[in-house]
Design a protein around this ligand. Structure first.
Ligand code: TRP
Ligand code: SF4
Length: 416
């Protein structure tokens, strides 16, 4: 039985402490999505949703850290982005979809984490200075400096084990790991930790207790990582442990203290990159995009007029695919057979650039068909979209709420 079926078997309260199989990722609502997003992030999400328990959210507070002067962009983009996700094939019955600001637990955890996060950790996140320089906006704000920590709160509120991100976001997951470690170090140290852990071991039953002790010894004496993993799996399978005991035994296994917030791993998105119409990376700011839902005439026009190898001035001039952005599109969209045809035909000028583009145009339009159809279905049912988000937000809140109870407990700000 995996994590997901356990949760659904009404054991939800005791299984979410440590969830290596849970995936969480977010996207900023700052405009319509394009084919770069589709082939980069979205296709990856769509695969993950059938393998793991996935939470995908619209990061509207993150968008506000840079768009605070024109928040209308955010409001307009939230629904559009949700439609884009659904149209691309993100499945609301497989993944939980929600909006960050509807789950205020993110803000509470962000605040609590801010108490223990040294300023220097945030100042040295590479994207901080980069973006300040690149984005030509007033970004010496408290919110902008703190945004990677808000991302840490996003991740830790769900105790997610895996975070699919692009290269530029890996440093944020690394920060999250450091913050989690610091939190556990500060608040996972109960005065009577060892005695309580020993009592918890007895609750595992004779056989499992012996197994746990052996794995713990093997790790602590020989540093054998596999023993830790086996120990975690053993604990994961125990349905009758309380959350507190579970945290203790996870921590005791490695010899630290309770593990209240587990450290996540980045999951690097590695897929074929779609170039923009000019051969650079596809990006809204370069004005070189094809939208995820763009009308066929416009797509055809954009592709037909896109630049090719500048050496091919006349139809009879030979060219070199390596110097042509259309070739990069063939690498995403074409079969080997078509690619061979391009390589030969371009170099000996037996095909023209418009001939060469046609299979790409056909493939992009073909790819759009099911996407457009699904989008239309959702556009016709606004109530369905509202209920997808409502359900997703409720589910997300349940999980985040549980984490925050643990966090408040650990910090000691529970007043009964
Ligand atoms: N910061 C991410 C971006 O700008 C979006 C994001 C916010 C995110 N919170 C997250 C991604 C948590 C992964 C996990 O693209
Ligand atoms: Fe580019 Fe194709 Fe023209 Fe060659 S034939 S320059 S690969 S569009």
């Amino acid at each position: 039985m995996n994590e997901f079926t356990l949760r659904n078997a009404s054991a939800a309260r005791s299984t979410s402490t440590f969830t290596p199989q849970r995936v969480l990722s977010g996207m900023r609502p700052t405009g319509r999505l394009h084919l770069g997003h589709y082939h980069g992030v979205l296709r990856n999400w769509i695969e993950l949703q059938y393998e793991y328990e996935c939470f995908f959210f619209v990061a509207d507070w993150h968008a506000l850290t840079t768009e605070y002067e024109t928040p209308q962009i955010i409001a307009d983009s939230v629904w559009e982005m949700l439609i884009d996700w659904l149209a691309a094939g993100v499945n609301p019955s497989a993944a939980t979809l929600f909006v960050q600001s509807r789950v205020p637990e993110h803000a509470e955890l962000h605040l609590l984490l801010s108490m223990i996060t040294p300023l220097g950790w945030l100042e040295r996140v590479p994207s901080y200075k980069d973006q300040q320089e690149k984005l030509n906006k007033e970004l010496s704000t408290y919110g902008f400096l703190g945004y990677p920590l808000l991302q840490s709160a996003d991740i830790l509120a769900y105790r997610a084990g895996m975070v699919p991100v692009g290269e530029d976001q890996v440093a944020h997951v690394e920060l999250t790991r450091e913050v989690a470690r610091r939190f556990n170090y500060l608040y996972g140290r109960e005065p009577d930790f060892e005695e309580r852990a020993e009592i918890a071991i007895k609750k595992l039953g004779k056989k499992n207790a012996r197994l746990y002790r052996n794995l713990r010894r093997r790790y602590q004496e020989q540093g054998d990582i596999q023993s830790v993993e086996e120990g975690q799996a053993l604990l994961q399978a125990q349905q009758h442990l309380s959350i507190g005991d579970r945290e203790r035994l996870f921590g005791y296994l490695e010899g630290v203290g309770k593990i209240i917030l587990p450290e996540p791993q980045p999951l690097l998105t590695r897929v074929a990159k779609v170039p923009g119409l000019d051969g650079q990376k596809m990006s809204k700011s370069y004005g070189n995009t094809i939208m995820l839902r763009e009308d066929p005439e416009s797509i055809t026009r954009k592709l037909r007029t896109m630049p090719t190898d500048p050496a091919r001035v006349r139809r009879t001039d030979p060219g070199d695919p390596a110097k042509c952005p259309v070739w990069q599109l063939h690498q995403v969209y074409s079969t080997d057979e078509i690619r061979d045809w391009v390589q030969v035909g371009c170099r000996d000028a037996t095909i023209g650039c418009l001939d060469c583009k046609q299979p790409v145009i056909d493939a992009v339009l073909e790819e759009q068909k099911p996407i457009q159809e699904r989008a239309q279905e959702y556009l016709n049912q606004p109530d369905l979209m509202r209920s997808i988000l409502l359900d997703g937000c409720a589910k997300a809140r349940d999980v985040a709420h549980e984490t925050l109870e643990e966090v408040r407990n650990a910090v000691g700000i529970v007043y009964r």
